[in-house]
Design a protein around this ligand. Structure first.
Ligand code: CP
Length: 301
């Protein structure tokens, strides 16, 4: 059975800790990868745009000595070819690659992939549902900053229900103890009941409010308000209400401001040079976490 990384729900606390140790080892010593069989090759299939995840996996693979091939669409020329089905694309690439990293707008994309390959598959974002490697990066960033995740007080804001990064992070946090998450967003944008009940089942606490109160937060995680969601566009009033300003960042003290990026307008640029701003550290951490993911999930020794 291949070791797939399709959902954060499949990542245990032990898995997370092993991945973070490996990521830290890659940060400290880039030659850690010396034992890897470099004859393996990754297939990066990004049917939605991506900067960090696509370049992150490509660079991670290259740093491990493994080559990649990439496709972004299955139809290259309107006059020559109709779009190929995803199953046919997987079957075509299967003999050429030894693992897949896939981003797709369809939440159910993996039901069209898994029957046609026995290689490991990594979910790089499926619709609005999951973004497991972003959650691992976010957890690793908190771990590096605070030395642990148990007991953290985390404020999350943005279109949480439609943010795959936010949903995967909440699922990852359910592995820890005594975590308090405050969801600050409009009523129709809060996490689903199912996500919340999974998070609180081991004694973690969750509250929702449309009135943001950032005081006492150790982490503010702003997932942003993308231009398009099933709820349409958000008014400037909503965007401003949950915007992270320099004043909010300054008051955080030892706390941090996180964002999966890309940022639209949910964090003022004047936050960037505060010690609280951690979103570009998150981005850098992504390289080491993705090296750990490729090593653990995708490559044979
Ligand atoms: N955070 C994130 O997934 O960024 P990209 O869309 O650029 O990959």
């Amino acid at each position: 059975m291949p070791l797939n990384l399709l959902s954060t729900k499949d990542v245990t606390r032990a898995d997370f800790e092993v991945l973070c140790e490996q990521a830290e080892a890659f940060r400290q010593n880039p030659d850690e990868s010396a034992q890897i069989d470099t004859a393996q090759q990754g297939g990066l299939l990004f049917f939605e745009s991506s900067t960090r995840t696509r370049i992150g996996f490509e660079t991670a693979a290259w740093k491990l000595g493994v080559k990649t091939v990439s496709i972004y669409e299955t139809k290259h020329n309107d006059t020559m070819s109709a779009a190929e089905s995803l199953p046919d694309t997987i079957r075509t690439l299967n003999p050429y690659v030894s693992f897949f990293c896939i981003r797709h707008s369809d939440e159910d994309v993996f039901s069209q992939v898994l029957p046609y390959t026995s290689h490991p598959v990594v979910n790089c974002g499926n619709g609005t549902q999951e973004h497991p490697t972003q959650a691992l990066i976010d957890g690793y960033t908190m771990l590096r900053r605070f030395g642990g995740i148990d007991g953290l007080n985390i404020a999350m804001t943005g279109a949480l229900r439609y943010s795959r990064a936010a949903q995967s992070l909440l699922a990852l946090l359910s592995n820890f103890d005594g975590v308090k998450v405050s969801g600050f967003t409009e009523s129709d944008l809060g996490f689903s009941e199912e996500s919340i009940s999974d998070f609180v089942k081991n004694g973690n606490e969750y509250r929702h409010s449309i009135a943001p109160d950032w005081d006492n937060s150790q982490v503010i995680y702003s997932a942003g308000f993308p231009p398009k969601t099933p709820n349409g566009e958000y008014s400037q009033e909503v965007r401003d209400k949950y915007k992270i300003t320099r004043e909010i960042a300054d008051k955080l003290g030892d706390g941090i401001v996180m964002n999966p990026l890309p940022r639209i307008d949910e964090i003022n640029p004047d936050v960037d040079d505060t010690p609280q701003a951690h979103y570009f550290q998150q981005n850098e951490n992504g390289l080491y976490v993705r090296m750990a993911v490729v090593s653990r999930y995708c490559l044979k020794a």
